[in-house]
Ligand binder design. Structure first.
Ligand code: DX5
Ligand code: ZN
Length: 219
């Protein structure tokens, strides 16, 4: 069932890194709900972005929720650094290590919200025994590592995740990340997603277009 209030989480991976603070302030002003921060380690994924010091630097630019998507392995040793830098939600990948339960305990232990992300091939059932610990489920609709890729239509997986959330009777965000544009956003919302991550489709055409771009994703 489509969700009523869809949140938009622009991915700053597509921002102009030379003026990152200004870009974050601009998407805040344009109506972003969360600021999605893609951390890549060149090991878990074949690309490298930024670490906790950059997150701390941009924390000054906005009060909005910092939604930190960790594409790193191992995860646990760096959780504290990202919390100290100002993360509100920390999302780790199911595939990043053998001890997801321990990672979620560590995130919760730091007093922030815990998210869990699944690569396209990973069955949604892999998280059924940690549903009581998660505050956010992130369904990857591209292979993580790069912006600007094409959407992989995993709407049945999104719908299954929505059903699991309804059954859990807990407030869990259902986030979709990768190739989200105004067309694919509709499919995600119809399948039950309520937080849409978008890099390319938010940051295209420069700051004057950000508000229109964000609005176009809300369906
Ligand atoms: C991919 C990242 C995404 C990415 C989305 O690994 O997790 O957040 O920035 O970019 P677009 O919206 O361009 O697919
Ligand atoms: Zn992401």
């Amino acid at each position: 069932m489509p969700q009523k209030d869809v949140k938009i989480a622009p991915s700053i991976l597509s921002a102009d890194f030379s003026i990152l603070g200004e870009e974050v302030a601009a998407i805040d002003k344009a109506g972003a709900d969360y600021i999605h921060i893609d951390v890549m380690d060149g090991h878990f994924v074949p690309n490298l972005t930024f670490g906790a010091p950059v997150v701390k630097a941009i924390r000054k630019a906005t009060q909005k929720t910092f939604d930190v998507h960790l594409m790193i392995a191992p995860v646990d040793p760096l959780i504290g650094d990202f919390v100290d830098a100002g993360a509100d939600i920390i999302t780790a990948h199911v595939e990043a290590g053998p001890h997801l339960h321990r990672t979620l305990q560590a995130i919760k232990g730091h007093g922030v919200k815990a998210g869990v992300s699944l690569n396209p091939h990973t069955p949604i059932e892999s998280i059924q025994h940690v549903m009581d610990m998660v505050d956010l489920i992130l369904i990857m609709t591209v292979n993580p590592g790069f912006g600007g890729q094409s959407f992989i239509p995993l709407t049945d997986k999104i719908a299954k995740a929505r059903a699991m959330i309804e059954q859990s009777d807990r407030a869990i965000d259902l986030q979709v990340d990768g190739g989200v544009n105004p067309q694919t956003a509709k499919e995600c919302i119809a399948a039950g997603a309520d937080v849409l991550v978008a890099g390319t489709s938010v940051f295209k055409d420069g700051p004057e277009a950000y508000a229109v771009n964000i609005k176009a994703l809300r369906g």
